[in-house]
Design a protein around this ligand. Structure first.
Ligand code: PBG
Length: 328
């Protein structure tokens, strides 16, 4: 008889044959930086996640370093929004100042800047707007300008999340022209128009003022088109490609991993986090077990990089497992 249970007799044996391991170095922690002073605002749908002003960012960065997480993804919330998202590409913008501060106090921490206009525009769309139309080509120079401004502030990686066509190429060209040849591009390649972004839009004040994002973000039904998006971004110079959200799209993560040779990132988005937190708060699930299972599933699907609001907790749990006092 084939006894597969031999491989499961005890934890030592299970570790020996374990195929997938989530490592602290896989995790990226998203952070929200808000314009203003002395701000630490909780986000109601995302327990444990706050908006910080730049003058209080040190305490959050200390938490990141204590947990042993080595990368953060920054989203800025400006005080003033306008039609063209001017704060997004001002060198004195809130995100740029946050990056400079982080690089001052934690130079080794990898800083990833989200590149998108939606947090900075009065209409809340990811590109320039004309009537009801979201303009593609007119938006590209602004995204390039934003990427250069973030790189100048010290960002190691820029992550375009706008879903305009052709943005990776113009961003690469602009970075190279300004001398940022080593600034990496992590492209949100297969980003779907998803209900799972709901809590984020509260956190980043970025809900669209009219309509939705379906003319630029992908239709959740399309797997083959997602592959085209990934290959297009790689062709334009993306160093890492991303699938977002993660959990309802693990088949896309697998497809991207099988069909490309790029490192794959998956974004375990706000709504996915909120669901876990809500169920855990009700005592309906064991948060630690569920989170580790989710992260393992994302990695098993083919992602190397996992962007998750659970990063700090997960990093602590992983360290405890290494020390042998825990584990599933
Ligand atoms: C900005 C952006 C969004 C997210 C990341 N970058 C929101 C959106 O596209 O509406 C979502 C992240 C999350 O839900 O955690 N374009």
């Amino acid at each position: 008889m084939n006894r597969l249970r031999r491989l499961r007799v005890n934890e030592t044996m299970r570790r020996l044959v374990r195929e997938t391991r989530v490592d602290r170095s896989d995790l990226v922690y998203p952070m929200f930086v808000a314009e203003g002073e002395n701000i630490k605002n909780p986000i109601s749908a995302m327990p444990g996640i706050y908006q910080y002003s730049v003058d209080r960012i040190d305490e959050e960065i200390r938490r990141v370093e204590d947990a042993g997480v080595s990368a953060v993804l920054l989203f800025g919330i400006p005080a003033h929004k306008d039609e063209v998202g001017s704060e997004a590409y001002s060198d004195e913008g809130v995100t740029q100042r946050a990056i400079r501060r982080i690089k001052e106090i934690a130079p080794k921490l990898l800083v990833i800047a989200d590149i998108c206009l939606c947090e900075y525009t009065s209409h809340g769309h990811c590109g320039l707007v004309c009537g009801e139309e979201i303009l593609n080509d007119e938006t590209l120079p602004l995204l390039a300008k934003m990427a250069v401004s973030m790189a100048r502030a010290g960002a190691d990686v820029v992550a375009p999340s706008d879903m305009m066509d052709g943005r990776v190429a113009v961003i690469r060209e602009a970075l190279d022209a300004e001398g940022f040849k080593n600034t990496m591009i992590m492209a949100y390649s297969a980003k779907f128009a998803s209900g799972f972004y709901g809590p984020f839009r509260e956190a980043a004040h970025s809900a669209p003022g009219f309509g939705d994002r379906k003319t630029y973000q992908m239709d959740p039904a399309n797997r083959r088109e997602a592959v085209r998006e990934c290959l297009t971004d790689i062709g334009e110079g993306a160093d890492v490609i991303m699938v977002k959200p993660a959990l309802a799209y693990l088949d896309i993560v697998r497809e991207a991993a099988d069909r490309t040779d790029c490192p794959i990132a998956a974004y375990n988005v706000s709504g996915e986090y909120s669901m876990v937190k809500a169920a855990a708060a009700n005592g309906w699930i064991d948060e630690r077990k569920v989170v580790m299972e989710i992260l393992c599933g994302i990695k098993r699907a083919g992602a190397k990089i996992i962007i998750t609001y659970h990063a700090l907790d997960a990093a602590r749990w992983l360290r405890e497992e290494e020390w042998g006092n825990g584990g599933a």
